[in-house]
Design a binder for this molecule. Structure first.
Ligand SMILES: C[S@@+](CC[C@H](N)C(=O)[O-])C[C@H]1O[C@@H](n2cnc3c(N)ncnc32)[C@H](O)[C@@H]1O
Length: 252
């Protein structure tokens, strides 16, 4: 879906985002946000970027998990929608995390210094230790372009964790059955609420992303693990795609 259209949707829906997300995921979103943090080991002093941070739900959960593990990190959460960011900033203040979570306006598909509009932030190459994107890829107009940008802004050896919902298709996972009417209905509902698209090529897009540094060295995401997990409530079948990779120099 076109980025302007997605932006309009979030401007309208920001007020009920928390409620609708909880309702549709029936509370399971919380454990996936925490899973993302567990899959991304960090150390005190690390700088992490949360792509499509929305109202900061995921960033706040990452901080809780990492603090529990003894790591004091800072998270830059980027999102292109001002209303989502405003609600996020209030949420971050409520949790007393203003010194750890910084929400900034940026376009996940274009964060290159010199190429972004005035009201958007840009980030240098190799400036973050890790990148996470939880429940964000589905609303991106061009996810592959965003994955290339994530690759550019994280340091070589930095980790990427991406988690999103996919609707099952036949053969994608043996325990998931394709229920056409139900899937069509849910796709329409998620599109309407969040501008969400079913990116079945998610893993392929991530693995085909690449970037080059100023010296012409090429980088890609080397897969550490990827999984398609069926949701626990069988009748409401939805698959959660989980990808973990690391920025690696081509030819290493
Ligand atoms: C479903 S929300 C996810 C929010 C958050 N990650 C969470 O866990 O709740 C998707 C967010 O992606 C943002 N978004 C969509 N396209 C974007 C883009 N090109 N750049 C940055 N953010 C974008 C939307 O504004 C929205 O806030």
């Amino acid at each position: 879906m076109n980025s302007n259209h997605v932006n309009d949707i979030y401007s309208r829906r920001a007020i009920c985002y928390h409620f609708t997300h909880k309702l549709i995921f029936r509370g399971w979103d919380l454990s996936w946000r925490q899973t993302a943090a567990w899959l991304c080991p960090v150390e005190t002093g690390d700088r992490v970027i949360d792509i499509c941070a929305g109202q900061g739900h995921s960033a706040i959960e990452y901080i809780k998990v990492w603090r529990y593990l003894g790591a004091d990190v800072t998270i830059t959460g980027i999102d292109s929608n001002e209303r989502m960011l405003d609600a996020g900033k209030r949420r971050v203040r409520r949790y007393g995390l203003e010194n750890s979570v910084f929400l900034e306006k940026a376009d996940a598909m274009n964060m290159k210094p010199g190429y972004v509009p005035k009201d958007m932030k840009a980030y240098q190459d190799d400036c973050f230790d890790a990148a996470l994107c939880v429940f964000g890829a589905g609303g991106l107009e061009n996810p592959k372009q965003a994955f290339c940008e994530m690759l550019r802004i994280i340091k070589p050896g930095g980790r990427i964790v991406i988690i999103d919902a996919l609707l099952p298709t036949p053969g994608l996972h043996t325990t998931l059955k394709h229920v056409s009417f139900w899937n069509d209905f849910r796709l329409a509902m998620m599109k309407h609420l969040w501008g969400w698209e079913n990116h079945n090529s998610l893993f392929v897009d991530i693995e085909n992303s690449s970037c080059a540094d100023a010296y012409g060295a090429h980088f890609y995401f080397e897969t550490i693990s990827k999984a398609l997990c069926p949701e626990p409530i069988p009748v409401l079948k939805k698959a959660i795609a989980v990808y973990v990779g690391v920025k690696t120099k081509l030819g290493n």
